[in-house]
Design a binder for this molecule. Structure first.
Ligand SMILES: [Fe+2]
Length: 421
């Protein structure tokens, strides 16, 4: 099979590279004996059926998001029906992941930590334009090393849930072990505290796994090989092959780590209509998103609006079928956690005059693999110096905060996650 043109760093002329790769991808698909339109019709049929299932579940008044009790994950008593639903929907709520009092205590600890270190007096404004801010106080705190966050990241309960989530993916295929589902890499991320009464515009529908690199780099061309060689029926959104070693284009939106699931842990109660997370709960939708730009109604130098340095947009213009399935989380309580397949479309609904707080710690599932091992070296350095991790804006608020989490407080899981043992 002919090799595809590829760019291991962002091409200077994006339009020219897009034109070139589209021509090559269309030719490769055509060499399977089916046209791009025929292959896309197969994908569309499958996604259409999944969208109709979601719509039918809503019409019946059922919860679209699977809700699984932490106690069932810990005891290994998750039913096969629940497993099936997680695989089908690609998202879940873990009910009672942490004791409510533990989560509320962490929320208070974070407030003490940032106030005690005069964070609000020193706050210089958002380091990136991803999220707006509320009044003079930020909504997203660029704080990474509070004792509360690290205690959650290295907790036995977090490790158990991450192992459960990582295991939804096929960690071995074609004779290669792509990652270790039992060991997570403790990916440090920020916190969000959105106060009572807040107005927030939310975040539009987008996805996080990459941008043009998903079509243009050799590793992703291999990862999405079944979409690009006409064997689309074999595409498996739970197969991590070729995704756990390769590079990603640099930029303010990059995530250096391979994540099986994105996630956050609730530190306050949040009702379903208070500006919460939504997803398009269909992991296979990635096939639609990757093939849609190859159809003839999209300009030759355009990937349905995907470009470098901005999140991958999903929208009514190019993906109206997918948008029909957008579904919010149910009510969550402090201590519950929320997870979604790392390739899935998600958004945050707008809210005005929010009832109650909306507080979360972002903690994903990012299993140990060559890519995450490489990033762990950056994380260790950021941890040692109290710096912002290299995937995030260089804000470094915590460098001289004496009460940040200390190396002596690491347990076995924490040391493993950072690659220290
Ligand atoms: Fe996102």
């Amino acid at each position: 099979m002919m090799t595809l043109p590829h760019w291991e760093s962002p091409p200077d002329d994006l339009g020219a590279a897009i034109r070139e790769v589209k021509t090559a991808l269309r030719a490769r698909i055509a060499s399977s004996g089916r046209t791009v339109d025929e292959v896309f019709t197969v994908v569309e049929g499958r996604i259409d059926a999944a969208v109709e299932q979601v719509e039918a579940a809503k019409a019946r008044g059922e919860e679209v998001w699977p809700v699984i009790r932490y106690d069932d994950i810990a005891a290994g008593t998750v039913s096969s029906e629940q497993f099936d639903l997680v695989r089908r929907r690609g998202c879940l709520v873990v009910r009672g992941h942490f004791e409510r009092e533990q989560a509320l205590g962490w929320d208070r600890d974070i407030v003490r930590y940032v106030e005690g270190n005069r964070f609000f007096e020193n706050y210089r404004g958002p380091g990136d334009d991803f999220f707006g801010s509320v009044g003079s106080k930020p909504e997203i705190y660029p704080i990474y090393w509070s004792p509360a966050q690290m205690q959650a990241r290295q907790s036995e309960r977090m490790a158990a849930v991450q192992a459960f989530l990582n295991s939804q993916w096929k960690h071995e295929s074609g004779g290669t072990t792509w990652f270790d589902p039992q060991r997570d890499s403790l990916y440090p991320d920020r916190i969000r505290r959105r106060p009572e009464g807040a107005d927030s515009g939310g975040l539009g529908t987008h996805l996080d796994p990459g941008t043009l690199d998903l079509w243009l780099t050799s590793a992703y061309q291999k990862a999405f090989r079944h979409l690009f060689d006409g064997s689309v029926e074999q595409y498996d959104p739970w197969d991590p092959a070729y995704r756990t070693a390769g590079p990603q284009y640099p930029g303010s939106t990059m995530c250096s780590a391979f994540r099986t699931f994105q996630g956050w842990t609730a530190l306050s109660d949040m009702d379903h209509d208070q500006g919460v997370l939504h997803t398009v709960p269909i992991p296979e939708a990635m096939a639609y998103l990757m093939l849609r730009p190859l159809l003839s109604d999209v300009p030759d130098d355009d990937m349905c609006g995907v470009t470098v340095n901005q999140v991958f947009p999903a929208n009514e213009k190019w993906h109206p079928l997918l948008m029909r399935a957008l579904t919010g989380i149910p009510d969550v309580k402090a201590g519950d956690s929320v997870w979604w397949h790392a390739d899935m479309i998600h958004s945050v609904a707008p809210v005005t005059n929010q009832r109650g707080w909306g507080n979360v710690m972002y903690i994903p599932a990012a299993p140990w693999c060559p890519r995450n091992e490489r990033y762990a070296a950056e994380v260790r350095e950021a941890f040692r110096t109290g710096s912002s991790p290299s995937d995030f804006p260089e804000e470094h608020y915590e460098r001289d905060w004496a009460d940040r989490f200390q190396p002596a407080d690491l347990n076995e899981t924490g040391r493993h996650g950072l690659g220290l043992s």
